[in-house]
Design a protein around this ligand. Structure first.
Ligand code: ADP
Length: 597
């Protein structure tokens, strides 16, 4: 079904939810306040009329003080209503931004875990948070200003007929010219130029961020900014686009726009001079002068209104790009939840002819992979980098779903298991297991929120973390990642292992990356692994072959295919890829031992 595209404002108002009414109330108040703020000009007209009528005997003009008070009252009422209106629009705008954040996060929570791998969490947060904030200006200020300005122009049209339409038209003419000039900069082929100019600005910002990230490398290698070709090119591209757009395209229309915005009276004075003789002859010269006074003062607010339209236009653009970014988050794929979920019967893990291709990739990361890990068995995945080990492990907790074939846990297709139940079955420890900026207790307890302190402590002990607890000032209540309490990579990994141990899931998916750990940490991590994997079904990505010798089954993955499988003895005897890797590994170990002697 083809859906009619909603305007950006309508989309934003949808996000406002129950606060939508407040936006409308705010806009109505803004319109009324604009009407009230025009009333003082009418009072001025009344004053001018009375004064001219009694000239030169000014004392006879008795009502002018009253008009003055009236003007004051209208002005104050206008300001009060304007603020009341802004309060409403602000409340609605903040609620809208909050709703965007909530809905975005709620949506992202339904995305498969793999989505967070390819979309760094900071990026998602930044995109959503900044975009939500960007919608605020439009909803809180610009919409109210647009409504106010429309009210102003409509009432101007009315006032044109009330006083003197010819002088009114003269004032309006300047406003119309300045608006035409303003929109000519943004419409037609200039819209494309402006989009290019903004895109160049975006590219420059991104390249700038990359550059700042790369500063350590630049310093170490004694490079200059010119070594960052992309950044330099982005700056040059931006400057040429900016010069072209601002210099060639905007110079003339912007000059016209500013001239007529500030000088709404340029047509008024000649019009008045032109009309004066007629008014003199007509006998109501006093009325004519009063009308002129009205328009002369009134023309001043036209420029304010026009300036507001300009801000409103840029607010619209900002909100529109913000909505595009929000859409990107809202378009994150959703993990499909089964309608009639089934429960896994055991901790058996099975791959049945599983193939998987990453979105946008040319070749598949896994091709026709089949294997079984019986309950309690340890299956090790080995092979060259890029062989598909991580991908295979990621399919079990549904980071992604298989492109074809079936991944089963306990005899049930993982897609038919309630995601929460599946997560309860699996503990996974990957290389980038993150710790939160919280106490160690909270970090470990994340696996099982109702675990007692004692249970957390015994998990920490099983994960060989006692030395970490001892050296920290408040033991497991110490906040990590703040006030200088940082843990080494190996220590962080042991805490992550404690978390997995506490989870007590029957299946463990594990990336044994100890490459960055020092020898002491490494030995402790090995012990923690043993604790974690005891009695469980284990799928382990192995980087160093010493850890796989005892595995029940070893799968050798190369270019997404299982090229060999069997026990360590079987594979070394077979003389294939694994046997070569084993020989290389032993050579490396020997070399290390020899060189350390
Ligand atoms: P291994 O763990 O054995 O080193 P991976 O499973 O990480 O191998 O990678 C298998 C293949 O899939 C590689 O060609 C890799 O480039 C590709 N790949 C891995 N992760 C992604 C991803 N998030 N998006 C696209 N391609 C990926």
């Amino acid at each position: 079904m083809k859906q009619k595209k909603k305007s950006d404002v309508a989309v934003l108002l949808d996000y406002a939810g129950s606060h939508k009414g407040l936006t409308f109330l705010g806009l109505a108040l803004s319109a009324v306040s604009m009407l009230l703020s025009m009333a003082p000009y009418i009072c001025i007209w009344l004053v001018a009329r009375d004064l001219i009528a009694v000239a030169p005997d000014w004392t006879r003009a008795q009502d002018i003080a009253q008009y003055g008070w009236l003007a004051f009252a209208f002005a104050v009422a206008g300001i009060v209503l304007y603020f009341a209106g802004l309060m409403c629009t602000h409340l609605a705008a903040f609620r809208t931004a909050a709703n965007i954040r909530k809905r975005g996060v709620a949506h992202v929570m339904k995305a498969p875990l793999g989505f967070f791998d390819s979309n760094a969490s900071g990026l998602i947060r930044g995109r959503l948070d900044a975009a939500a904030a960007d919608t605020e200006t439009l909803l809180a200020h610009n919409l109210a200003d647009i409504v106010g300005t429309i009210t102003l122009f409509v009432s101007m049209l009315v006032l044109m007929f009330v006083f003197d339409w010819r002088m009114g038209a003269a004032c309006l003419l300047a406003a119309v010219i300045s608006m035409i000039a303003m929109f000519s900069m943004m419409g037609g082929k200039n819209a494309k130029l402006m989009a290019e100019y903004q895109a160049a600005q975006d590219r420059m910002t991104k390249a700038g961020t990359e550059y700042v990230r790369g500063i350590p490398v630049v310093k170490i290698f004694q490079q200059t900014v010119y070594s960052f070709k992309a950044f330099q090119e982005a700056i040059e591209d931006y400057s040429s686009k900016a010069e072209h757009y601002q210099g060639d395209v905007c110079r003339v229309p912007q000059s016209i726009n500013l001239t007529f915005t500030e000088g709404a009276f340029v047509f008024l004075v000649p019009a008045a001079l032109f009309l004066a003789p007629g008014a003199l002859a007509g006998g109501d010269f006093a009325g004519f002068i009063a009308n002129f006074a009205f328009y002369a003062v009134f023309s001043a607010i036209i420029s304010t209104a026009l300036a507001k339209i300009m801000f409103a236009a840029s607010g619209m653009m900002l909100a529109s790009t913000a909505l595009r970014r929000i859409d990107q988050v809202m378009c994150a794929p959703e993990l499909k939840v089964p309608e009639h979920p089934q429960s896994p019967g055991s901790s058996r893990v099975e791959f049945e002819d599983v193939s998987f291709t990453y979105d946008g990739a040319q070749t598949s990361a896994l091709s026709h992979v089949s294997f079984t890990a019986e309950p309690g068995q340890t299956v090790a995945l080995v092979g060259p980098s890029g062989g598909g080990k991580t991908t295979a492990a990621s399919l079990i907790p549904r980071f992604w779903d298989a492109t074809s074939g079936v991944v089963k846990v306990g005899g049930v297709d993982v897609r038919q298991i309630d995601p929460h139940v599946l997560m309860d079955q699996i503990a996974f420890v990957f290389q980038n297991s993150r710790l939160f900026k919280a106490s160690i207790l909270e970090n470990v307890r994340a696996a099982r929120p109702n675990a007692t302190r004692e249970q957390v402590l015994s998990a920490l002990k099983a994960a060989q973390c006692e030395d970490i607890l001892e050296k920290l000032p408040q033991g497991m209540d110490t906040l990590i990642g703040s006030e200088g309490t940082y843990l080494s990579g190996g220590e962080q990994q042991r805490i992550a292992l404690a978390r997995a141990i506490l989870k007590d899931a029957p299946i463990v998916v594990l990336d044994e990356a100890t490459a960055f750990a020092d020898p002491e940490n490494e030995a402790l991590i090995q012990k923690a692994f043993t604790e974690l994997t005891r009695g469980r079904t284990v799928i382990m990505i192995a980087h160093r072959l010493s850890t796989v010798v005892g595995a029940d089954k070893i799968l050798v993955l190369e270019e997404g295919r299982i090229v060999e499988q069997g026990s360590h003895q079987e594979l070394t005897a077979a003389g294939g890829l694994y046997a070569r890797m084993w020989a290389d590994y032993n050579k490396a170990v020997q070399w290390k031992i020899t060189s350390e002697q």
